[in-house]
Design a protein around this ligand. Sequence first.
Ligand SMILES: [Mg+2]
Ligand SMILES: [Zn+2]
Length: 189
Amino acid sequence: MAGIDKYPIIFLDRDGTIIVDKVYLNNPDEVEFIDGVIDGLKKLYDNGYKLVIVTNQSGVSRGKVSLDNLEKIHEKIKSILNAHGVSLFKIFYCPHLPEDNCECRKPKIGMVKEIENIINKEKSFVIGDKDSDIGFGKNLGIKTILLLPNEKNNESGTTEKPDFVVSSFYSAVEIVLHEYEKCNDGKDL
Ligand SMILES: [Mg+2]
Ligand SMILES: [Zn+2]
C-alpha cells in the first residue's frame, strides 16, 4: 500500500487526565501526574502508540498562564516521562477563549491538523475527562474514552456519548490494548 505511513496515536487530554487539574496551572513545579498514568503511558508507548497531548489552555488568554510557563510545564511533563522511558510525539495547545471561536479549541480539531494525515484512525483513541475531549475524538473520527474518576455519576452531565467510560487511566489503557489486539489480527501494523 503506497502513500503516507499512518500510526496508531493516543490523543491525551492534559488536565484531569494525565496530570492533576490545578486549574490554570502556571508553575512547572506543580506538575503532578495522576497515579497510574506514567505506567499506563509506558505501556502504550512500548506497544507502539504515538502519544500526543491536546490541551485547551484558555488561561493563556485570560492572563492566568504565561506562554513561557506553559512551555516550561510541557518541558517538565516531557522530562518526567523521558525519565521513565516514554517519549511524547507532540504536545498541542489552544491558548484561546471559548468566545474566540478559534479552529483549535477542543472539540474542534484544528490543533492536530498538521498530523491528521498520519493518523491511523481505526486504531487511534482519545482519552479525556470532558465532553470536549469526546467531541474532539468524534470530530476526528477516532474512538473515544471518557475518564470518570471517583465514580462521579456515570454520565456526569455529558452530552457526547463516548465509546467507552472508565474510572481509571489504566482501564483506558487496557481498552486501547484490547481493541488493538482485536483489530491487529496478527497482521503487521
Ligand atoms: Mg481535562
Ligand atoms: Zn484555539
